[in-house]
Design a protein around this ligand. Structure first.
Ligand code: M6R
Length: 611
């Protein structure tokens, strides 16, 4: 996925676009570019980050009140100056920025080649720029009509912004499958992949729907669909504070987001969990609650960290509500012809609400009559709009590529859901319900306690920063946390790490253990405790290094493990919310000590809007 910014108005477009690209850099950061119109099109682009683009433009003309910009996560073609966006058509009539994949680009490219077009880059986007231009020149139609005809020939996904040197007082935005939003100001308009570059200037936002085309001039905004039917823009007022999208005094977004968790989790349950009344109310799913309570089966679909949250959800819902739950990688589920009935409830979990596989999975399940619910963080995102009902996590914008607060907020939603369903199905009795709710609201305070030990945890991280491999072990509720801990370490520090159910260690992974292997063991006091203690001994007997996450006051494991990190006592169902915190902190510090870019790890992008 990539980040797109467009501007038309009366201010200098350059600053707005550069700042917007910086805010969107979490979406992709292998190259960046900008095209401005100031009597002529000025195009600057390069491999690297937005700061490299700024360097490139230094000393060059950057005037103009119309422009488009892009920060890229490569799909077609390696990251280099030529493949960077914007792309200009052969005769210089059009410049375009694009997020998504044009699946029939090879076919379109052949057709254009036969008509004399040549291409500089390896990208599908340059093909689109030339397709629009060829239609414009050969059919002698307007810029708007050329864009519309071109898009009707495209198979695949796009969020794009394009403008023409022949009509530079107009920019056109369009979406199909990849997000694009329009911000409406006074005599100015903004386009972007999400609202973060826009909220500084206006809170009036239109989330484009699939196959909608926005034709924007300084004084008006026309919305149509691809067939040119007029559409009424649905103008939403967004409430995203600038503080939420800045580092707020922290060195990195990831660090800030780790530290925000007491607050983000509180925001997740605020107004939903009422400890004084012993109630949980999830307004977003209240209309469909009867169907959820009587569901024969729940299928959770998600990717990455959200999938790990889904696994915690499986343990929670099966234990407390006794409804069978399956958790599936969305990318597998969508293609394996799963058996879905109208008695099933599908829950899609996605921080961004834009993950292509998760979106496709719910579309497929919807066609088969299942009720589709969403657990999303980004309001107005595609998944949140395509689900029948859902619960927002309200974690606030998550900018760090490595997901932290989104995970804990997703788990919090699933916890509330499991407790609510359990009570409605009379599996949780009133007294237990009361006790669980009272404990739930203590979680933010417990996380504060863990965060206050960051310095000790950092010292432990320092001991293992040079490891080349790591193993994470957990059982029950803590098995998904082991997976999540391993994912955090590998994605930002590039240390190879794997998570396993602790009991599986003997079935293969134990062969890897030697004196160089750090083994992170989630070993809190729960029903598996004695067994996990045995696993620790097995690792120690093979000279492995054990870093154990234990319940406060545990002296047994302290005697065996090389390093111990304590978390407060809480019921085991709530332990994922606590035990993941030290693992996030360790990953963050290990990555920093290894000189890695924690907020923008190599090869990654914040959300994966392509297959
Ligand atoms: O936006 P989503 O939650 O749908 O994203 C799913 C994964 O791409 C995401 O969780 C990814 O694994 C994390 N960034 C990893 O930290």
């Amino acid at each position: 996925m990539c980040g797109i910014v467009g501007y038309i108005g009366n201010r200098t477009a350059y600053q707005i676009i550069i700042k917007g690209l910086q805010r969107l850099e979490y979406r992709g950061y292998d190259s960046a570019g900008i095209a401005l119109y100031d009597d002529e099109v000025r195009l600057y682009k390069c491999k690297g980050k937005v700061r490299d683009l700024e360097r490139l433009t230094t000393g060059h003309p950057i005037g103009g009140t119309v422009g488009i910009g892009h920060t890229r996560w490569a799909t077609h073609g390696v990251p280099n100056d030529i493949n960077a966006h914007p792309h200009r058509s052969k005769n210089g009539k059009f410049v375009i920025v694009h997020n998504g994949i044009i699946e029939n680009f090879a076919h379109l490219k052949n057709e254009l080649t036969n008509r004399g077009y040549t291409f500089e880059s390896e990208t599908d986007t340059e093909v689109l720029a030339n397709l629009i231009e060829s239609i414009y020149l050969e059919n002698k139609v307007s810029v708007e009509v050329a864009v519309r005809i071109a898009l009707s020939k495209v198979i695949g996904a796009y969020g794009l912004v394009v403008f023409s040197a022949d009509e530079p007082d107009m920019v056109i935005g369009a979406r199909k499958g990849s997000p694009l939003v329009v911000g409406i100001g006074e005599g100015e308009y903004f386009l972007a992949s999400d609202v973060t570059p826009i909220v500084e200037y206006t809170d009036k936002i239109v989330y484009l729907k699939d196959e909608e085309i926005a034709v924007i001039r300084r004084d008006n905004f026309k919305l149509t669909n691809i067939r040119n039917d007029s559409m009424t823009p649905d103008i939403t007022s967004v409430d995203v504070k600038i503080d939420n999208i800045d580092k707020g005094g922290y060195d990195h977004f990831m660090q800030k987001e780790i530290h925000e968790q007491p607050m983000s989790i509180t925001d997740t349950f605020r107004g939903r969990v009422m400890p004084d009344k012993n109630t949980i109310h999830l307004g977003g799913i209240s209309d469909v609650l009867p169907k959820l309570v009587t569901a024969k089966r729940i299928i959770i679909v998600a990717c990455g960290t959200s999938y790990h949250a889904g696994l915690v959800g499986e343990y929670l819902i099966e234990e407390f509500a006794r409804i069978p739950v399956e958790v599936e990688y969305a990318s597998e589920f969508r293609y394996r012809n799963p058996i879905i009935s109208s008695d099933d409830v599908i829950i899609a979990i996605s921080q961004s609400g834009e993950t292509a596989d998760t979106l496709a999975a719910i579309r497929m399940a919807k066609e088969q009559g299942a009720l589709i619910l969403g657990i999303c963080n980004v309001a107005g995102s595609s998944i949140s709009r395509e689900t029948n009902a859902g619960v927002y996590t309200h974690a606030g914008p998550e900018i760090g590529v490595a997901s932290t607060k989104a995970f804990t907020s997703q788990v919090m939603v699933l916890t509330m859901m499991a407790f609510l369903l359990g009570r409605k199905r009379n599996i949780i009795l009133p007294e237990q319900y009361r006790a669980l709710i009272q404990e739930l609201v203590h979680v933010p305070g417990y996380i504060e306690q863990i965060l206050s030990h960051e310095e000790e945890i950092r010292n432990i991280a320092a001991k293992y920063k040079d490891a080349t491999n790591a193993i994470y072990l957990g059982r029950g509720y803590l098995y998904p946390v082991a997976l999540e801990g391993a994912l955090k370490l590998k994605e930002i520090s590039y240390i190879h790490a794997e998570g396993y159910p602790a009991a599986e260690m003997k079935h293969g992974p134990i062969a890897l253990i030697d004196q160089n292997m750090p083994v992170f063991v989630l070993a809190t006091r729960d029903k598996y405790y004695e067994k996990v203690v045995n696993n620790i001994q097995e690792v120690k007997a093979r000279s492995g290094k054990v870093i154990a996450i234990v319940t406060e006051g545990d002296t047994t494991i302290r005697r065996m493990a090389d390093d111990v990190i304590e978390v407060p006592t809480t019921p085991e169902a709530l332990m994922p919310l606590l035990t993941v915190i030290p693992l996030q902190i360790i990953s963050y510090h290990v990555a920093l000590m290894r000189g890695c870019n924690v907020d923008q790890p190599r090869n990654l992008a914040k959300s994966v809007t392509v297959e």
